[in-house]
Design a protein around this ligand. Sequence first.
Ligand SMILES: [Zn+2]
Length: 423
Amino acid sequence: MDNLIRDGRKTKAPSGSPYAARGACALGATDCGAWRPIVSGDMPQPDAVELTQRLVRCPSVTPEEGGALVILADILSEAGFEVHRVDRGGVANLFARWGRKGHPKTFGFNGHTDVVPTGPAGAWARPPFSGDIADGKVWGRGACDMKSGVAAFVAAAVALVTEVPPEGAVILAITGDEEGEAADGTAALLDWMAREGEAMTVCLVGEPTSPETLGDMMKIGRRGSMTAYLTATGVQGHSAYPHRAKNPVPAIALLATRLSARELDTGTEHFEPSTLAVTTIDTGNPANNVIPGVCRATVNIRFNDAHSSASLSRWLEDEAAKVAAETGVETAMRVQVSGESFLTPPGDLSSLVAEAVEAETGRVPVFSTSGGTSDARFVKDHCPVVEFGLVGRSMHKVDEHAAVEDIRGLTAIYRRILEGYFG
Ligand SMILES: [Zn+2]
């Protein structure tokens, strides 16, 4: 393949690379144009395990692209996908579509190629970006979360569209910013897609979801997450004359105790009870004879569909106001919302995934809403979304790995889901 269409122009690829657009996308650009092969030779189908190894060898610690999206762009464009880089705010993202834009039957996949930092490399049994296979596992940062999931879907999708082209379309929205702030990752892809008239009818997120064994769990929703930064301001003074000061520390302690003691709910039909954790109380005060003027606390809440960040913010404000009235300090609060809770009620999409999992593994996955947030929180505003992927036990840990057998199993499950969707 020597020729590509780029921004509508036919371009002769430079010698040495069959892909003219490789590396041409500067970070910060919003869209680097389509990479569409117009001459196709024999296309070796990507192998999910080998592709996982190649991706793990790309040191794509957020927000570094590390070469991972370039590998995917090459494979997908060669398989006939229209590929766009959708970079924003220093983050690289990849959009790929096979089939007609706007097709009412468009299967979407969302995943990420960025990874969390490795920590000290010396703590790893193998170099953290080795991608080595040993003991039946692929080793390295991202092997589990979630380069293997991306590789499995790419292998399944390429095999499907080349062997039995479906009546419909397949979209991949792969971000380089899931493990970071996520402001310019999947959100940027969805913004771009909306502008371009690209839409997914349903979406599968390939994050690791299985706690113990491939197929034991899938996610049909996620709890919301928010953090409140509380400040109590009193009057600084000498600790020998506390009546001349107004100590904000007992006020914050009282507030933290009351918030922690509150049962937010007892769970809902598809969700576990909401939780609240006071994660820090700080004065930054090094002196033992000074009553500080200010004390701060941070509170993180994981909440189910009985609440919203707005309703919880109102409750926090009320509690802070009560403590302020009782103690005479002033209170202030800043809230950061990572995501609202959401649920894709059990239905066609969850059944499709569950049946494919059962057919391949013999296990019926539990429908869960547990765990932290994921990029499904962005996708849920666009189409029904569920999550299914590998066993997640080693994610973010030293010696992260994925079983070769599981990567092959996941690829078969993804292929079956696609066939079921288009069948
Ligand atoms: Zn992940």
